[in-house]
Design a binder for this molecule. Structure first.
Ligand code: ADP
Length: 145
């Protein structure tokens, strides 16, 4: 089924110019980019985005990090998008990620792991709404070439 999901390119990957590599890997794996923007998250916005991790030992470090520099939000569309995207990004720790995954290619550490991707269809809807309004998104399902 055609679904949307949310990729966030984290400060490590954005600042080391991996944005192009990440978009290329998404497109090469049949994900359509239907929305994209650069954002500077405040600490408050980073805390809101990652609220499910509130209370965990890495929460302060993670939200400090995510609000330290520019990130890119990318909305992608594909059949089975959420599951396929989680496969393409790989394990949280780049050292554990499979060859050919975005985190293996672009990630550095467990925290600086290049990208975030939504972990469920429900969370994808919330995360897309966090970054995008309706007029900032387009669906490839309406394009006929
Ligand atoms: P994922 O991003 O793979 O879904 P989680 O939801 O468990 O992973 O964690 C969210 C993010 O928090 C991770 O992508 C990573 O940047 C950071 N993180 C998770 N665990 C740790 C940790 N032990 N130390 C530092 N950062 C962590």
């Amino acid at each position: 089924m055609l679904e949307l999901s949310l990729v966030m390119v984290k400060p490590d990957a954005y600042s080391t110019k991996k944005l192009g590599t990440i978009i290329s890997m998404l497109e090469a794996n049949d994900f359509h980019v239907v929305g994209i923007k650069s954002v500077n998250l405040t600490k408050e916005l980073a805390k809101r985005f990652y609220f499910v991790h509130e209370g965990k030992e890495f929460f302060e470090r993670l939200t400090d990090y995510m609000s330290s520099a520019t990130v890119a939000a990318i909305c992608v569309e594909k059949d089975n998008c959420v599951t396929d995207l989680r496969k393409l990004i790989g394990a949280t720790d780049p050292a554990q990620a499979e060859e050919g995954t975005i985190r293996k290619v672009c990630g550095m550490t467990k925290q600086q792991n290049a990208v975030h991707a939504s972990d469920s269809v429900e969370n994808a809807k919330k995360e897309i709404r966090f970054f995008f309004s309706d007029i900032e998104l387009y669906s490839y399902r309406f394009i006929r070439y």
